[in-house]
Each structure stands twice: as C-alpha cells, then as structure tokens.
Design a protein around this ligand. Structure first.
Ligand SMILES: C[S@@+](CC[C@H](N)C(=O)[O-])C[C@H]1O[C@@H](n2cnc3c(N)ncnc32)[C@H](O)[C@@H]1O
Length: 297
C-alpha cells in the first residue's frame, strides 16, 4: 500500500488549526506582545522588499494587512497546512491578496516519501523504533534544510512553530518506553536547533527576524487532568518568575523542541530584544512564551 505521510501530517495540522482558530479570541495578550516584536523588527530591517513567515497557519497571531503593507514586493507565508493560510487571505482586500504568496512545504523535510518507511515503522511501535531514532540523531541525518526556499529575506518570522515541528511524532512513540521518549526529546531539540539555523541562513545580512517559542505549559490536559507543572505553579503568571523557571528546569518540565537563547547565538544571530509573556492558548491551558528580535551581523 502506498501511504503518503505528508498528506497524513497535513490533515493532522489542518484539523488542529481549525480547532485552534475558534479559541484565538482570547489571545489579545499574546497578539499584542508579538506585535511589539514585529514592529521592532520591521524598523530594524535593512530593506522592505519582502518577508517570510514560517508556520503562518490561521494567521491569527499577527495582522496580515499590517505586515503585508510593510513590504514593497511580497510577504511569503509558508506552512504544511496551506488551506488555513488561504482561508485567512480570502478575507483580505485585493491589495493584500496581490502582496501575499503561499508556499505549502514541510519545514523539516521529515515527511518526505523517503522517510515514510521509518515513520510507518514508528507508528507500528516496531522493534526498529529505537534504531530509527538513533539514526535520526546522527549528524549525517539532515533536517530543516536551509535551501527550502531559493532566496534570502530582510525579514523572517517563526512564532510558536518550533514545538509543533515534531508534535505529530509524539503519538507514534510508545510512551511507556522511556528510552524512546528521551530520544524523541533529543530529536525535537535537534529539529529546533536546525530550524533556527535555517532561519539564520534565509535571513539577509543585517536582516531582522522575530522568533518566539513556548517554554512551559500549565493547566489541564485534554482529559481534564492537571499538567505536571501544577505541582510547582498555582497560577500561570508565576511562570514569569525566574525562580519558578529555574525550578521547572530542575524538574525537567520544559517543552520538547522549544527554542532557547543558546540556539540563537549558536546560529550566529545577535539578539536585539527579548521578552516573555503568558499565552492562554485554549481553555485553561497556558504557556510561558519567550520571544526575541534578532539580526544577522
Ligand atoms: C502554533 S501554529 C503558529 C500560529 C500561527 N502563526 C497562527 O497565527 O495561526 C504552528 C503552525 O506550524 C505549522 N507546522 C507544524 N509543523 C510544520 C511543518 N513540519 N512544516 C510546516 N509547517 C508546520 C502548523 O500547521 C501551524 O500552522
């Protein structure tokens, strides 16, 4: 049987985006904090020819018209789920439609046909699972190609995308096998590190990028059970305190695949500004988000 993994993951992301769209009315704090970073990056970029948004999805956390109006040529919106982006553009006026272009691509390259045998093997919880993850963790296994697009941009944004990049792999791993869970976490770390390097490559010298990433989650899971952070945190705003963050680090309660400051500096990016805030994603599920405006010296 010929299984197209890209289509399966695309459908998963489309359903997730449809579901999340209904909750974005509560995102005012998240949207306004992100907007401050976007505005700072827009004033720092060397030219206003074109911009690139990774994981644009529903285009809920930024204003399409505000961003597109800053570019003389094009705002490129990239996501695995092109349908959600197209739906968002449909509501905009003709000038925004002219200024935006949509690219349907997998940021990681993991869902290409050449990896489908391994992905299916993982989904079947086969004895090969450990071997597959070991192979993915080697330096020979390349992920998040910098050549995903054949040009460079004065402005790039990747907002709350990194932890999503391997989220669809979680259910493929047998959670009772702690060694596999640990390896998947290491792979998520490799993917986010490579994604930051991909952003750095696609940014013009002197260009400005906005990068944000969830660090810890607090609230209930989908079955109404408290998440492990609730043992140490009684109110989500406590996650803004450095002592609480240190405790959550000690307890190993950070989110797999998050971007940290070290990823940015390792990729040769210079931090112009950083901030952090609480994002109420859905229901009582809250995230501590860290965000940066960076440049490529
Ligand atoms: C949390 S959303 C970002 C929020 C989005 N900017 C918005 O306002 O709706 C993460 C996005 O990353 C996309 N995504 C996840 N994995 C991806 C992959 N491998 N390649 C491309 N996009 C991916 C999802 O489809 C989703 O739209």
């Amino acid at each position: 049987m010929n299984i197209n993994v890209f289509d399966i993951v695309n459908r998963f992301q489309t359903e997730l985006n449809k579901d999340i769209k209904n909750h974005s009315t509560n995102w005012s704090n998240h949207i306004s904090e992100l907007r401050k970073l976007i505005d700072l990056a827009l004033t720092s970029m060397p030219s206003s020819r074109q911009g690139l948004i990774f994981g644009a999805g529903n285009c809920n956390d930024f204003s399409l018209s505000h961003l597109a109006s800053h570019f003389e040529y094009k705002l490129t919106l990239l996501d695995l789920d092109a349908r959600s982006i197209k739906r968002a553009i449909e509501n905009e006026d003709i000038e925004i439609k002219r200024k935006t272009s949509v690219i349907q691509k997998d940021i990681t390259g993991l869902f290409a046909a050449k990896h489908s045998k391994d992905l299916i093997s993982l989904a079947q919880h086969s004895l090969e699972s450990e071997k597959i993850l070991n192979k993915w963790l080697t330096s020979d296994f390349k992920i998040c190609s910098p050549y995903i697009i054949n040009k460079k941009f004065p402005f790039v944004m990747s907002s709350t995308v990194a932890t999503q990049l391997v989220a669809s792999l979680g259910p493929l791993i047998n959670a009772s096998n702690l060694s596999l869970v640990g390896k998947l976490k290491s792979f998520a770390e490799k993917v986010s590190d490579s994604h930051v390097k991909q952003i750095a490559y696609l940014l013009e010298t002197g260009g400005a990028a906005v990068i944000t990433s969830e660090q810890y989650e607090w609230g209930h899971d989908e079955h109404g059970n408290y998440l492990p952070t609730s043992m140490y945190v009684s109110d989500p705003t406590e996650m803004l305190q450095s002592t609480v963050q240190n405790l959550l680090e000690q307890k190993n309660l950070s989110l797999p695949g998050r971007i940290e400051r070290e990823h940015l500096t390792n990729a040769g990016l210079q931090i112009l500004h950083s901030s952090e805030w609480i994002w109420n994603l859905v229901g009582n599920r809250h995230y501590l988000v860290k965000g940066w405006v960076v440049t490529k010296p």
